[in-house]
Ligand binder design. Structure first.
Ligand SMILES: [Zn+2]
Ligand SMILES: [Zn+2]
Length: 306
């Protein structure tokens, strides 16, 4: 079965530390690879995670603060160096086009990869930024003092065939595939529809909410998500700093996960002022129990919905 997982490439905020790189989150989603917020040093972190540039199909930038985008130049140049055999789509807030262009051409190289800029209108509603037969990728504006968007990847819903009902209808082997494709099969002159022998299977949802105050955009992105990756720069004790700087505390992230009915919360983007994330985890778990604090190079498996 194909793999779905998140690999944390960097979990620091503004200043990288000896233990935490600038941001970077690789999402392996079946045959595709998404890279969220390539901060400085992302290429090297990819090497530590044994991720090749060829694994990337989409780069999703939330905003153009350096800790979320300074690695974009390296990723784009690497795509050329490695002669990426497919296009690399780069999603980013439209008002940051000048920063994207500068990063794209930050130094001398021979452009050989197909880089597809996909600017996103920063709107206060979910907007579709990519739609494929397998998934829809949405963005929503966040509240951070500079134009920022969060992302939501939603698998297309489908159906799950019920073995006992298939058996009762004497449908097996290639007939199941035929039923899935055309929605019905004929058996002994009787027409059996897919609806009669299956149930609805909602798609898996992953949400990335980086720099923001808690806001309705964060909630919309995280609604019913199987996993919410959210910034938690500060502890509850430093809530005032979070409010002043347009960030979230661990408690804010936990409240977002709880209100949005997310199933799991992974907090990240920790300020360098903290030697450990134990307090962040305590703050969050008091509100939303299924919380983990990300470390660089952590892997989180994404369960499939049944
Ligand atoms: Zn940041
Ligand atoms: Zn920021």
């Amino acid at each position: 079965m194909s793999v779905r997982e998140i690999v944390a490439l960097g979990t620091a905020s503004q200043v990288p530390t000896r233990l935490r790189n600038h941001n970077g989150y690789f999402l392996r989603w079946d045959d595709e690879g998404f890279l969220f917020d390539p901060g400085e040093g992302t290429q090297r972190q990819m090497a530590f995670a044994t991720l090749a540039a060829s694994a990337l199909n989409r780069v999703c930038v939330t905003h153009f603060h350096g800790d979320h985008c300074l690695g974009l130049s390296g990723i784009i140049q690497r795509a050329s160096l490695d002669r990426l055999p497919h296009p690399l789509y780069v999603h980013f807030p439209a008002s940051g086009m000048q920063y994207f262009e500068r990063l794209r051409f930050a130094s001398i190289y021979h452009p050989a990869a197909e880089i597809v800029p996909c600017p996103i209108e920063e709107r206060d509603e979910l907007v579709v930024v990519a739609d494929t037969p397998a998934y829809t990728l949405y963005a929503h504006a966040l509240v951070h003092g500079v134009p920022t968007v969060g992302y939501r990847l939603e698998e297309k819903s489908g159906r799950r065939f019920l073995p006992e009902k298939l058996a009762a209808a004497k449908i097996h082997g290639p007939m199941v595939g035929e039923l899935a494709r055309q929605g019905f099969v004929e058996r002994d002159g009787v027409r059996i529809t897919a609806d009669e022998v299956s149930t609805f299977r909602p798609g898996t949802v992953v949400a990335f909410v980086m720099d923001t105050r808690p806001c309705k955009g964060a909630l919309a992105l995280a609604r019913d998500a199987d996993i919410l990756v959210m910034e938690a720069t500060y502890t509850a004790e430093d809530q005032q700093l979070a409010n002043e700087h347009g960030h979230s505390s661990a408690a804010d992230a936990a409240r977002t996960a709880r209100e949005a009915n997310a199933k799991k919360l992974a907090i990240t983007h920790f300020s360098q002022r903290y030697a450990s994330t134990e307090q962040h985890v305590r703050d969050a778990k008091a509100i939303f129990d299924d919380t983990v604090a990300l470390h660089d190079l952590d892997h989180i498996q994404i369960p499939r919905r049944r």
